[in-house]
Design a binder for this molecule. Structure first.
Ligand code: COA
Length: 534
């Protein structure tokens, strides 16, 4: 067992400079988070409250077990998109404890354009459902939504991962025995009506809750019938006449109490305690602020991260002396066994082969994998191509893709190109994925992309007998570099849901422990690897 001891010295000028610079990154994330939780703003909130409706975050607080945390998924989704019209994508999603059971809670925010679904809203709800499904969590839908955001219908309605997928997920999760519960606390129109209609059990709030395929305006336009919203689809109609809902609630709090009763009925799904006694690391996580270089070109010390992440700062190192640009080993986080892979340099053939073997071993022993990305990519150059680095990288990507143990990814530095794939990037199905505020991801670095494109341009112009040099090259490269710089940040990634959260480095253990505890209680899957190119 290796115990990681720190080489850090408080008071070093580098440490202090890094620390100060990291606070600015944290402040930028906090500012975005504060904006997200405000929802549609004061005016919309006042109109909402005037209808005697609780704000969506207050609904969630009243639903959860008192004093327990709510871990948000995709809080920053929609940040800076649609001219800022969809803070938090107009829906709040996250994991919290209800009647002692971890649940996925999805609450429309009607203060954001009537709770209508933008493309990013759909993506966020589908992501929340995927987390619920993989971890065997009941889903609770607190519905208050005008359905599709009509001006963008072609980006939310017709395709595979559009609106219909939400309803299909409800049916499929119900068929897997995962409870699907809706509380209709406001509007629930058109396609949106299928959320409560398809759930296992549905509560509707008298006065504010409505469920209908076509609202009063549409009915009048279609048939000439003039009818008010409550007569068309209010709580009395649906619990007494139509049977679309099961429980009549007097108000929001009553509805949430009924949901808690439904979740609390006997059945599986409580969190099981960690199998090993949890131990804290030997060093303070706060040190990480001063250890992450303010210059992204400088390496992030992988061992210092492990010293502040692992239980007891310990790792049972796998092939420590081989392929050493990737550290692999088994240990525990919060008392849950894990296999950890963290970059400590570029990926070579040896490191990729070692990783593939390590993933095989963890899969055989049902040990979840934690990937800590800080990777510029695989080594390039004739020597490495001739040595078959593409096939060795493919072995690692293959193992990552097909291993069925729960996987988690945290981008602690950069995550670029095929290195991002091999380290279990978004496309490779990590159960949860986070980025630190300093993290970046893109197909390659901005400077490299600008240089590649400049060389391509130079060759094109040379074929026409024209030259391309000096200032022209710089004028060509700058916008590419700037674009990459702006679009590879953690905030940008979170707004597009390329990750589930931007987490502060000091919260990494807690965040991973939650994911590992949920995975520990969910059913195990058998791994069947494909063909590895030798
Ligand atoms: N698509 C796009 N924008 C919509 C919308 C929709 N389906 N429904 C509402 N909005 C917008 C409104 O234009 C308004 O925008 P603004 O703030 O820029 O003026 C905002 O959302 C709030 O709507 P408003 O009607 O003022 O709020 P409300 O709380 O009184 O009512 C609804 C909210 C959702 C109940 C009501 O707007 C409604 O019934 N909308 C139509 C729903 C519908 O038929 N959807 C069909 C989807 S397939």
């Amino acid at each position: 067992m290796t115990i990681f001891h720190t080489e850090m010295r408080h008071g070093d000028s580098g440490f202090e400079r890094n620390h100060a610079s990291y606070q600015k990154l944290r402040e930028a994330v906090e500012a975005a988070q504060q904006k997200a939780v405000l929802g549609g703003g004061e005016k919309a909130a006042a109109a909402h409250a005037a209808r005697e409706k609780l704000m969506p975050r207050d609904r969630i607080n009243a639903l959860l077990d008192p004093g327990t945390p709510f871990v948000e998924v995709g809080q920053l989704a929609g940040d800076g998109m649609y001219d800022g019209a969809a803070p938090s994508a107009g829906i709040i999603t996250g994991i919290g404890s209800v009647s002692g059971r971890p649940c996925m809670v999805m609450a429309n925010d009607a203060t954001v354009k009537g709770g209508t679904y933008y493309p990013i809203t759909i993506k966020k709800q589908i992501r929340a459902q995927a987390i619920a499904r993989e971890n065997g969590l009941p889903s609770i839908y607190l519905v208050d939504s005008g359905g599709a955001f009509l001006p963008l219908q072609e980006e939310i309605f017709p395709d595979e991962h559009h609106f219909g997928k939400i309803f299909r997920n409800i049916a499929e999760m119900s068929s897997l025995g995962l409870k699907q519960i809706a509380a209709v606390m406001g509007s629930c129109t058109a396609g949106g009506a299928y959320i409560p209609a398809m759930c296992d059990e549905t509560v509707i709030v008298n006065g504010n809750g409505t469920i209908f395929l076509g609202g009063p305006q549409l009915v009048q336009a279609a048939t000439g019938e003039i009818v008010d919203a409550q007569t068309l689809g209010g709580a009395d109609v649906h619990t007494r006449l139509s049977g679309v809902a099961d429980h009549f609630a007097q108000n929001d709090l009553h509805a949430l109490e009924i949901v808690r009763e439904i979740v609390g009925r006997p059945g599986p799904g409580t969190i099981s305690p960690p199998p090993i006694t949890p131990r804290g690391p030997l060093y303070e996580a706060e040190d990480l602020y001063g250890l992450i270089p303010d210059n992204p070109k400088q390496p992030i010390p992988a061992r210092e991260i492990l010293a502040r992440l692992m239980d007891g700062s310990e790792l049972n190192m796998y092939r420590e002396r081989y392929g050493s640009t990737l550290i692999c080993g088994t240990g525990a986080i919060g008392g849950y066994p894990v296999g950890v892979l963290i970059n400590d340099g570029v990926l070579f053939s040896e490191s990729a082969q070692k990783a593939a073997n390590f993933i095989e071993l963890c899969s055989q022993s049902d040990i979840p994998l934690v990937f800590l990305h800080n990777i510029s990519g695989f080594m390039v150059g004739a020597e490495y191509e001739q040595g078959g680095i593409a096939k060795d990288g493919a072995k690692m990507v293959n193992a990552v893709s097909t291993s069925r143990v729960p996987k988690f990814s945290v981008i602690v530095g950069g995550s670029y190109g095929a290195g991002a794939f091999a380290m279990c990037g978004r496309a490779f199905g990590p159960r949860m994925m986070a980025m630190w505020p300093n993290a970046r991801t893109s197909v390659m670095g901005g400077e490299q992309a600008a240089t590649v494109l400049a060389l391509v341009r130079e060759e094109q112009l040379a074929r026409k007998g024209q030259s391309f040099s000096g200032e022209d090259v710089e004028v060509f490269k700058k916008p590419i570099r700037d674009h990459y710089a702006a679009h590879s940040t953690a905030l940008h990634s979170a707004s597009r849901l390329w990750c589930d959260a931007v987490i502060d480095p000091v919260d990494t253990r807690q965040w991973l422990t939650l994911g590992l505890s949920l995975a520990h209680g969910s059913s195990k899957e058998q791994t069947r690897f494909g063909v590895f190119r030798m």
